[in-house]
Design a protein. Structure first.
Length: 225
């Protein structure tokens, strides 16, 4: 889905996250859910070096890895720095440009379109809320399962335990203090809590092989059932 430009940021990606670098006076961006939840998007973190949580995800990858919804590419870069074949995929041309600017390979593509190496990736990764892409986690996980090899893994970042499973509409809201906020178009989105990932994965033909946390962030490692 192409969301156009919001407050000077490119948001034309399924994850609907701003990706353009700006000076320190950049506006804030929130992901606003139809159920009333409003999440501040950590844009500075996405543009920075890989934080420890991302390094912990990269450390679980031992072979060719596809980073789905790569954004500015900090995870793709972390994977490549470990000597792995790594491919970033994002629907945003700006995200792909920024990822390539980190010296790694990225492709502008919808995750549901044909991708290189289908069925042969050792690992696929969905972090930073990207399990919400398309608003249907079962469909998304099933698609990701088709990308990995029979002995491959899918690493997904999920919400903390208690969040449950939510699907609905969301939009990006952008603005700076004292300025008028700009609202982007609505799009389909989803959230999956740590306690809901088992049944969600099972519906997609996958199972949870491991769970791990890094600080306040929760992850699950899935394999084919």
């Amino acid at each position: 889905m192409v969301l156009g430009r919001i407050g000077g940021w490119s948001a034309d990606r399924d994850a609907c996250t701003p990706v353009r670098s700006t000076p320190a006076a950049q506006p804030d961006h929130w992901l606003v859910h139809a159920d009333g939840r409003r999440d501040l998007l950590p844009v500075r973190r996405w543009h920075g070096p890989p934080e420890p949580a991302v390094e912990s995800v990269a450390a679980r990858c031992t072979g060719p890895t596809i980073d789905l919804g790569c954004g500015p590419g900090r995870l793709t870069r972390a994977l490549a720095q470990r000597g792995l074949v790594a491919l970033g995929v994002d629907i945003s041309a700006e995200a792909v440009r920024l990822t390539q600017g980190r010296g790694v390979v990225a492709l502008r593509r919808d995750v549901f379109e044909p991708l290189p190496g289908e069925g042969r990736w050792a690992h696929a990764v969905l972090i930073d809320g990207n399990i919400g892409i398309g608003g249907d986690p079962v469909r998304l996980l099933r698609r990701c399962g088709a990308l990995i090899a029979s002995d491959g893994t899918l690493i997904v970042e999920v919400e903390p335990s208690g969040a449950g499973l939510w699907r609905g509409q969301a939009y990006v809201l952008s603005g700076s203090s004292g300025e008028r906020e700009l609202r982007g178009p609505a799009f389909r989105w989803a959230r999956v809590g740590a306690e809901a990932v088992t049944r969600t994965a099972a519906a997609a033909g996958l199972r949870v092989a491991d769970r791990f946390r890094f600080g306040s962030r929760w992850f699950a490692e899935l394999v084919r059932a």
